[in-house]
Design a binder for this molecule. Sequence first.
Ligand code: HAM
Length: 428
Amino acid sequence: MNFKRPRGTADILPEDQPYWGHVYDVASKVANQFGYHRIDTPTFEDTNLFERGVGNETDIVQKEMYSFEDHGGDLITLRPEGTASVCRAYIENGLHNLPQPVRMYYAAAMFRYERPQAGRVRQFHQFGVEAIGDASPEVDAEIIELGWKYIADLGIKNVTLRINSLGDAEGRADYINELEKYFLSVADQLPKVDRDRLTRAPLRVLDSKAKETQALANAAPKSIDFITGEAKEHWEALLALLDNLEEVYPDFSYKVDHRLVRGLDYYNRTVFEFEPSDVSGSQGTLIAGGRYDPLMGILGGQETPAIGFAGGLERLILELKKLELPVPSSKGPEVVVVTLGGAGSAGAALASGLRAASVSTVLAPKRSMKAQMRFANQQNASNVVILGDREVENGIASVKSLGEGGGQAEVSLDAASIAAHVLASGNQ
Ligand code: HAM
């Protein structure tokens, strides 16, 4: 037997858990600061939800979904992202009846069949937020501020925020026409992948990875020059709100990037991405999102404006490691019980008694005294309780503090007394 985990997946071992605990903790703290409430949706959904929601022409739907027919003949997909699911839940559970906007967040595994590399895996985890039911630019600014605060509270500095407006569907047709005209006029200088893209998804030519295309894309028509009416007012109001944020957060800044388009079809108006300024050894975008006013209608619900983002937790953790940022270490047990001679069963009974009294307790494996003490130190325990035949006979245990200052005491061998001692010494 020689099983390996599937390509592009990871085992998150106990030693790595402090990083995961930290990115989850900070996520829920920041979400709560902004009044967002947790939502959990199923890991798999009707395939149609993503085909319609994310868009049939996107890379995600075309080549990255884990889809299968279940035993009942239903077409099922492991979710490649969270937004379509949250919108489905909003419609299905009648959340439009709540005060709007409904502010929700999630932290969950997503699945995309991509070519694995650092920061790009097939099962990955996102922290996402969605504010549904409010079209005002204040909510766009709030979502961007939340993303910024999350990164800042993790201690990550030097990120670049790029933003753009894709305008509304009506104005976009004119823009895409102009864009196509422009790229067709230079088509002989485009690599084949981008010539193909030009016919399928002209906007995506703007964020091509090919150097020669990037130079041409810099000179391409800009979507913000084509937005009109309410979309233009919205954009200008948002920029003013972001200027205010620069005053509140000294490190906050943003760049308008007309080449920023997104790989999912549901966006309109505001789109944005946070990226490390120093991309060497990094994996690109940490957090990405935007406004998706058309999505509810596409999914068969009432037209409802909405905006959100999702951040990749694997990428944020890689960034924490690259910058050598500290994360809270996992706490060791309050007590390790060390037993010698025939005291094994008395030790096991004491460990149970301590746990029943809510003192976290681990029984050391039966080895030499020295090996058991080493075990207690490795576990990062606060105290050891040492039990040998003599202690059991006399009904007295030796309790040693491993914390600063050390100290050893003889305590009556019963769980209540030892629990009280450990609590009173403050070394738990
Ligand atoms: P997305 O740009 O597809 O947007 O993904 C958001 C983030 O998830 C990326 O910036 C990246 O950090 C992380 N990510 C994506 N794919 C992978 C992967 N294969 N491996 C590791 N990390 C990955 C969305 O998913 C939208 N639902 C975001 C959104 C929410 N828009 C509005 N609301």
